[in-house]
Design a protein around this ligand. Structure first.
Ligand code: GAF
Length: 382
């Protein structure tokens, strides 16, 4: 939605003042999945789909908000007990509360927002929403909070007001994204490096199964608990191991008999995935996309068999990609539904999409949605 369009929609709801307009994007992730909360590496990029919000301070201590795409309204105060009922409003409320907890003075505002990040596709519409409001309030109220802390405000919103114990990847990239660049982020030290990403002769394509699992949040939190238990067991022998990222397979094998088989599988996946991100960084620097693609397939295998966050529809798409000669393909994001991300040679692109659509429809009765990826900028004022 353009700035002009959302201003008009704001004025239809709230009257004549001219609001400020902010936007923040969703993301893709080339490789490094479920690694962020293990203190390891991720490789995301911001996309050209996001949330756009018009906001105006209203001189009260109340927030009045319209979710335009849902035709829903929510009004809430800024105290802890004022938590709204609407699921989407909890994200805005959470951001306000987390700013207040850090000593920031938040005032009431009127707002409308709209978005085009597909929901449940694993492209992090929720981080886009959090980052839009964190960035906007920081700017409008001159709070002077740096972008790392804004990302942590979004993450804390998920932890305390949504119930997902997520890592930092999604909020980080929604704020730090740069057009034409992926970012390798070290989630332990928060050091990051931009990688220009313009693979000549290839396209990145997302295929959205549109599958959403109701229990995704609790399953996600369980994966995190498994990893923390495995890291704690290793730490008894190796006190330097703060996160699974600090461990290797020998260390994990030492505790194989004292942790559950399930925790072992989860930890093995994370240790292997950490190495894959480093391998992909090297390959990208050399322009070696064949290796990048190979690692993506390995990630899919690990996410499906060891981490168990894939599903029948995602495995099916991954299989079609392999059979069609696609360079790399894997489930993207948290999993339990959502998209596969595919690195496809230009000349294969159309044929692959056609093949995937036909075969998927034959099996599941509908076609997946297709999104060509455009790597774009992070949160900003329009
Ligand atoms: C979700 C989470 F929000 C991220 O922090 C990350 O763990 C991702 O799943 C999996 O890599 O998007």
């Amino acid at each position: 939605m353009t700035k002009e369009e959302i201003i008009i929609l704001y004025q239809e709801k709230f009257g004549k003042e001219t609001p400020e307009v902010y936007t923040a994007p969703g993301r893709i992730n080339l490789i490094g999945e479920h690694t962020d909360y293990n203190g390891s590496f991720v490789f995301p990029g911001a996309v050209d789909k996001g949330i756009t919000a018009a906001i105006h301070l209203n001189g009260t201590d109340k927030v009045r908000a319209y979710a335009l795409d849902l035709s829903e309204y929510s009004e809430f105060g800024l105290n802890e007990e004022d938590i709204p009922n609407e699921g989407w409003a909890k994200y805005i409320f959470g951001v306000c509360r987390e700013i207040i907890k850090r000593g920031g003075k938040v005032e009431g505002f009127d707002t409308v927002f709209s978005g085009n990040v597909p929901l449940g596709a694993g492209m992090s519409s929720s981080a886009a929403l959090e980052s839009t409001y964190a960035y906007a309030l920081n700017d409008m109220l001159n709070l002077g909070i740096d972008k790392f802390e804004l990302a942590k405000i979004g993450q804390a919103t998920e932890h305390h007001y949504v119930g997902v114990k997520c890592g930092i990847m999604d909020q980080f990239i929604s704020l730090f994204g740069k057009k034409g660049h992926l970012v390798r982020l070290d989630c332990k030290t928060m050091e990051y490096e931009y990688f220009p990403f313009d693979p000549q002769g290839y396209k990145l394509v997302l295929l959205d199964t549109q599958v959403k699992h109701e229990l995704a949040s609790s399953a996600y939190n369980k994966r995190r608990e498994s990893c923390e238990r495995a890291a704690a067991a290793i730490r008894k022998n190796h006190p330097e191991v703060q996160f699974l990222r600090d461990a290797d397979m020998n260390m994990l094998d030492e505790v194989k008999n004292v942790i559950t088989e399930e925790d072992y599988m989860r930890a093995k996946y994370v240790i292997e995935e950490t190495q894959r991100v480093l391998d992909v960084s090297d390959a990208l620097k050399k322009g070696d996309y064949e290796t990048v693609g190979k690692k993506m397939y390995e990630t899919h295998e690990g996410m499906s068999k060891l981490y168990e966050v894939s599903c029948e529809e995602l495995d099916f798409l991954n299989d079609i990609a392999k059979k069609s000669g696609v360079t790399g393909s894997r489930v993207m994001g948290g999993g339990f539904g959502g998209c596969t991300i595919n690195l496809v040679k230009d000349e294969l692109h159309d044929k692959f999409i056609e093949e995937a659509n036909t075969q998927f429809k034959n099996k599941f009765g509908y076609e997946p949605k297709v999104y060509d990826v455009v790597i774009s900028d992070g949160a900003r004022k329009l």
